[in-house]
Design a protein around this ligand. Structure first.
Ligand code: NI
Length: 170
């Protein structure tokens, strides 16, 4: 299990670097990220969220095989956009509607370094865009206008304070 970094940690704002070696290490990291993602009951997790500022993210939609994207690049986005309520394991407990393109094409490498291209729509397209943002230091709240963003951050901070207080008591 890997620790998940949360809002306020600088690493979440870093531009990630390319993964250059495709050996045991990257395979172990991706396996650990999938385990951490499943344990946290999320659908996507990116390198910087577990303290690794490298271009890797994992997606696991329930009922489907987990997927690993390394050095990804979104090469095409649909003109059509949609609204979906997003959350983030790095901003736990709060959610907000985010507008994004409904479909994307992504090119990435797998754990062995093999390049693949994937066309995605629905939830997968949504998660891919959210996770890909993480690799460029961007969070879903950055897609909101200032007022909405402040509301989400305040709600998160309030929840976080309560959680800390509860922890301190036991
Ligand atoms: Ni996230």
């Amino acid at each position: 299990m890997l620790d998940i970094y949360t809002l306020g940690e600088d690493i979440l704002r870093d531009e990630c670097s390319d993964v250059k070696e495709f050996g045991d290490e990257i395979k172990m990291l991706s396996d650990a990220m999938i385990d951490t993602l499943d344990e946290a009951d999320g659908v996507g997790l990116a390198g910087p969220q577990v303290g690794v500022p490298e271009k890797i993210f994992v997606v696991h939609i329930r009922g489907e095989e987990p997927m690993v994207f390394i050095n990804p690049m979104i090469t095409e986005t649909s003109i059509e956009t949609g609204v979906y309520e997003e959350g983030c394991l790095s901003i736990p407990g709060v959610y907000h509607d985010v507008v994004r393109p409904l479909a994307v094409t992504i090119q990435a490498q797998d754990v062995k370094g093999k390049v693949f291209t994937l066309k995605a729509d629905g939830l997968l397209a949504r998660v891919i865009q959210h996770e890909n943002d993480h690799l460029h230091g961007k969070l879903y709240i950055d897609h909101l206008d200032e007022k909405e963003r402040e509301k989400v951050v305040k709600a998160y901070e309030k929840k976080n304070r309560i959680r800390r207080r509860t922890k301190a008591r036991v």
